[in-house]
Ligand binder design. Structure first.
Ligand code: 5GP
Ligand code: ZN
Length: 113
């Protein structure tokens, strides 16, 4: 989609440090990491918000989770890692192409800020 930052990363119009890619999903390092590991896992299909997921796209959310788990294992994060999806500005969503944050490499507090 035009004017979508993450679609531009998918199309390589904007560079990223990619850590995973298949036909439906890519994962890349966050530009402003909030933990020693901070990776974005996204579908190649443009979907603005997790609220917009429906029967035709819900399998992508499962795949995003599987990819995040695989990266967590590869990066030795199995002691504890956090997967976050922010939905809408009130929850902190700033990029409107769904993305699963994979955060690890430090301890995390609960409740989150
Ligand atoms: P949100 O706040 O929407 O849940 O998360 C958006 C994330 O995208 C933030 O963690 C932010 O640092 C990251 N981000 C924003 N612009 C870029 C960029 O150009 N490249 C990369 N790799 N990450 C970005
Ligand atoms: Zn997009």
């Amino acid at each position: 989609m035009e004017d979508c930052l993450f679609c531009k990363i998918i199309n390589q119009e904007i560079p990223s440090n990619k850590v995973y890619e298949d036909e439906e999903i890519i994962a890349f390092e966050d530009i402003s990491p909030q933990a020693p590991t901070h990776i974005q896992v996204i579908p190649k299909q443009h979907i603005a918000r997790i609220y917009d997921v429906d029967d035709s796209t819900s399998h992508l959310v499962g795949k995003m989770t599987q990819v995040a788990n695989k990266i967590a294992k590869e990066q030795d994060l199995l002691d504890g890692y956090r997967l976050v999806i922010n939905c809408n500005p009130g929850a902190g969503q700033t990029v409107f192409h769904i993305h699963l944050h994979l955060l690890g490499g430090r301890t995390f507090k609960w409740p989150p800020g």
